[in-house]
Each structure stands twice: as C-alpha cells, then as structure tokens.
Design a protein around this ligand. Structure first.
Ligand SMILES: Cc1ncc(COP(=O)(O)O)c(C=O)c1O
Length: 381
C-alpha cells in the first residue's frame, strides 16, 4: 500500500516526548489543510482495475485514519504499531499471531485478570502451554526454559509490582523466547519496552493514552517490522479492526498526553505520599514512592511512574464509606484519565487483594482539591 496520507518527513530525532506527541502522525502542512484531518468512514474505496494501484481498497484492510495514528505511535514506541478495537483485542491478536499449539507462554500470575483468562480459557484450551509466576522478584525467570513467549506486565494492575524488563528480556532471548510487555499502566512516556529489549509492547489505549474516558482502543508495537506485518495480517483476516472515529479521537487526545501525564504523575506522588502518612490507610503501593517494593527497579527503567496508586483501607465497609464521602473520586473501573477515579478492586473477585484494597487513578484536577477531598473522605472512613 502506498502512503497516501501525505504524512510529513520523520520528526527530528532531537525532539522530546512533549513535542513528539503534538506533531506525530500529522500530515504535511499544505495550504488550507487541517492540522488533523477528520476520520475517514469507508467500507470499500474506489478501486478500478488492479487493486495494487489503489492505496486503499477495503475498510477491513486499511484506513487513512488508522494509518496516521499508527505512524504517531511508531514515532513514540520505536517500532511499527498495529491498532486494535481494544487492549484485549491487541493482547489476543499478539498471542494468536505468535503462539501455536504445543508452545509455551510464560505469563504473570498477577497481571490484569482478563489477560490471564484469555491465556488459560482460550489459548490453553487450544493446546498452548500456559505457565505463570508473580511479577515481583523476577519469578518468571525460572520458567523460561523452552518458552516461545515471555509475557510481562509492569507495573502490574492492580498491585503495581514491577520487574526488570531489560534483565528478563535478556534472559528470555538467551533461551530463544520472544518478549511482550503490557505497557498500559505506564504508557510509552513512562517506559519504553522496545528500547528496554522487549520485542512487543501491548497497550490498552483506553486508559492514559486517550485519557478522556470516551474511547476503547488498543495497539501492539513491534520491534521487528516482519512481526508487525504478521500482526497486521492477523487483524485483516480476523477482522478485529478499530472504528475510525475512535482512532481519530485517540490521535486528537495524543497531543495532550505529555501535559496530562506529567501532571497526573506529579499529583500521584503527592497523593501517595499523603496516603502513606495517613493513620487510616494500612498500606500504599506506588512505584514512585521511595520505599515502595517497586521503587528500585522502577526508578531505573521508568521516566514517569504513572497515575495509578494502590491503597488499602481496613475492610470493605471502610472503602464504601470512603466512596460515599468523596466528591472528586469517581467510582469506576478504568484508570489513566483526566478524572480522578478509583474502585474497590475485590468487587470483581478476580485479583488476590484484600476487601479494602482500592485502585486509585489520579486525574488532572488541581491536586490541592484532590488532597482536601481525600482528607474529608478518609475522615469519614
Ligand atoms: C493492564 C491492562 N491491560 C489490558 C487491559 C485491557 O484493555 P481494554 O479494556 O482496552 O480491552 C486493561 C484494562 O483494564 C489493563 O488494565
């Protein structure tokens, strides 16, 4: 497919993330053109004669709106990216592309729970050997022998454990295994899995990447363009394609990613520090908190520690009193967005966390108001 999106030349290598997110994937600045042209809604495209002569032929194969955002993601991730209609769809597509019956995948036992479920309920049922170990202390390393793929998630959702991506990638590559990192919690601005040695970054763009609680989307970034072609072929054949409107919204939101995330992470550190000193809080997890079990590794491989905090109140009733008293925190099951939100994670019954454990995501509100709100809500606990 030729490039008919009129994308500009590669961005200067000296540009920092805050500049790249604003300009990545935008078309050339021609007279009268929009900064970011609107979404292209098309099933078939005019394709007379030899289809090889048409840049776009059919909506399941390609779309200029996807192409523009994928170029933006490539500029950030450091390898070609393939979009999917959700983070789970991206994870399933990568597993479906890489894994074959009889091969072994090493998973985290403490990852986002649906990732664990698709491995055990679908891929294992189709003959893939699924073995798992906790993320902390590189426990997965012991299982690598004979593996085809090592799947990492760092920081994990919801406990925020961190593993050394470079060390584990080296260990996996030494036994011939590929490495995928679910980078949803950190995003590419927080850590770069491909630069740290992984072969794939898998991301739910539903979270901080888009950040406005209005889009479900995902992507796979690949170090090797050959793998990107294979993942794209999987998408084309399986038909797991994103809607152009969602992708356009994601690209529009990308321009503010650095501004949003920098503020969210600075506020998250303040809130985590406050929670750690509060008498009604039993424990706090935040990779950027000196003293946290994740801090040593996180401070080596992350440039931003993310917007997500875990904290534990005495029990379910205490957590419910917290939610009843807060005016700022939305009780909702996502993270990374501009609105501060949280949930009592045990309500889903899928994670090994206490009944009073709350996964909190700090938004872009003024942190003074967030801290004041927490003081009131915790007083009511
Ligand atoms: C770490 C992680 N990976 C993947 C996903 C799946 O993303 P989506 O909901 O976009 O399918 C989630 C969703 O919460 C997540 O937290």
């Amino acid at each position: 497919m030729s490039d008919s999106t009129n994308a500009h030349a590669p961005l200067p290598a000296s540009w920092h993330d805050g500049t790249v997110v604003v300009h990545a994937g935008l078309p050339a600045r021609t007279h009268g053109s929009a900064y970011l042209p609107g979404p292209t809604f098309a099933a078939p495209y005019h394709t007379p004669g030899d289809p090889a002569d048409s840049p776009f032929t059919y909506g399941r194969f390609h779309n200029p709106t996807w192409h523009a955002y994928e170029q933006a993601l490539e500029a950030l991730e450091g390898g070609p990216a393939v979009l999917f209609p959700s983070g789970m769809s991206a994870s399933a597509a990568l597993l479906g592309t890489v894994m074959r019956p009889g091969q072994k995948v090493v998973m985290p036992s403490d990852s986002y729970y649906t990732t664990r479920l698709i491995a055990t309920d679908y891929f294992a049922a189709h003959g893939v050997e699924v073995v798992s170990a906790p993320t902390a202390n590189e426990a997965q390393r012991a299982l690598l022998d004979g593996a085809r793929l090592l799947w990492l998630e760092s920081p994990t959702n919801p406990e925020l454990d961190v593993c050394d991506i470079r060390a584990l990638s080296d260990a996996a590559h030494a036994v011939g295994a590929l490495v995928a990192v679910d980078n949803t919690t950190a995003t590419v601005l927080g850590q770069r899995p491909l630069a740290l040695g992984a072969d794939f970054a898998v991301v739910s763009d539903t979270k901080a990447m888009t950040g406005h609680a209005d889009v479900v989307l995902g992507h796979v970034a690949c170090k090797d363009p050959v793998w990107a072609d294979a993942v794209r072929t999987y998408r084309t054949r399986m038909g797991c394609i994103p809607g152009p409107m969602e992708v356009w919204l994601a690209h529009r939101s990308l321009g503010t990613l650095s501004v949003r995330l920098t503020r969210q992470c600075a506020s998250a550190l303040e809130v985590a520090t406050y929670l750690a000193s509060h008498a009604k809080v039993q424990r706090v997890r935040y990779p950027g908190l000196p003293g946290d079990a994740s801090y040593a590794t996180a401070s080596r491989q992350m440039t931003l520690y993310g917007p997500v905090i875990g904290f534990e109140l005495a029990d379910r009733a205490a957590a419910e009193r917290f939610f009843a008293a807060t005016r700022i925190v939305s009780e909702a099951t996502s993270f990374g967005g501009i609105h501060t939100s949280a949930e009592r994670r045990a309500r889903w019954g899928a994670d090994a966390v206490g009944e009073g454990f709350i996964r909190l995501s700090i938004g872009v509100e003024d942190v003074r108001d967030v801290l004041a709100d927490f003081a009131v809500a915790l007083a009511a606990v």
